[in-house]
Design a binder for this molecule. Structure first.
Ligand code: ADE
Length: 226
């Protein structure tokens, strides 16, 4: 997968993408991430990317030209499955959307800032708007990093044990069963006996029951009884 992220703060992705799973996916050649600095496409003398809103009001608006030039430059070389805008107005990100996007060849993600982006960008280029939650962040960068992580870990070959993405919380509309590691007894707090039994069938059943129990108790909204 090729992933282009458009931002005025490229540095915000340095840490997030240089460690752990996303780093490994890049090293293995399973994802090719490019960060484009929108400011590089500003044609005015001071490399401005924002301006006052027409009609007045507070806050600045990201200008159409630098974003349009950046998108069109990338589009001249690559055909994108989706051009995503990170926005609190977008559709809430869920596991289904992450699964769906993980099958794409080329994705572009645009990060907004200030009061918003010129509406004409949304009308002309954006194919999908995604929110990561019902709260407002200072910009789309952290949201884009969250979206990227949720997608990349689903690309076949990224996780060592492919089944581990399949057993993630939400993958089957259930949250995961609790997990434990050594020691089996920490200051009297014991790991459930069944997990030490070596009986795979019973362990599987125990995990299914726990997942069901937890989903009902914590996230009844996810729970659909057959
Ligand atoms: N930009 C600002 N807030 C956001 C949110 N909640 N989700 C996605 N992008 C955003």
């Amino acid at each position: 997968m090729r992933l282009d992220i458009l931002t005025i703060f490229p540095e915000m992705f340095e840490g997030a993408f240089s460690l752990s799973i996303i780093k490994r996916a890049q090293t293995k050649g399973l994802v090719d991430i490019h960060i484009a600095n929108i400011r590089d496409y500003a044609t005015n003398k001071h490399k401005r990317v924002d301006d006052y809103p027409y009609g007045g009001g507070s806050g600045m608006v990201m200008m159409i030209e630098p974003i349009a030039l950046c998108i069109e430059h990338l589009q001249s070389k690559t055909s994108y499955d989706e051009i995503i805008f990170m926005s609190p107005d977008g559709k809430l990100l869920d596991q289904k959307a992450a699964n769906n996007l993980s099958t794409c060849r080329n994705l572009m993600i645009l990060c907004g800032h200030y009061k918003g982006i010129d509406e004409r960008i949304r009308e002309k280029y954006i194919t999908r708007e995604i929110s990561i939650g019902n709260y407002v962040l200072s910009g789309g960068e952290l949201a884009a990093a969250v979206l990227t992580d949720s997608i990349i870990r689903l690309i076949p070959g990224v996780l060592n044990d492919e089944t581990s993405a399949l057993s993630d919380s939400f993958q089957d509309d259930m949250i995961s069963a609790p997990v434990y590691t050594r020691p089996a007894d920490y200051k009297g707090m014991k790991v459930p006996e069944i997990l030490l039994s070596g009986n795979d069938k019973e362990i599987y059943q125990w995990r299914q029951n726990k997942a069901l129990e937890r989903t009902k108790a914590r996230r009844p909204d996810l729970f659909i009884e057959d």
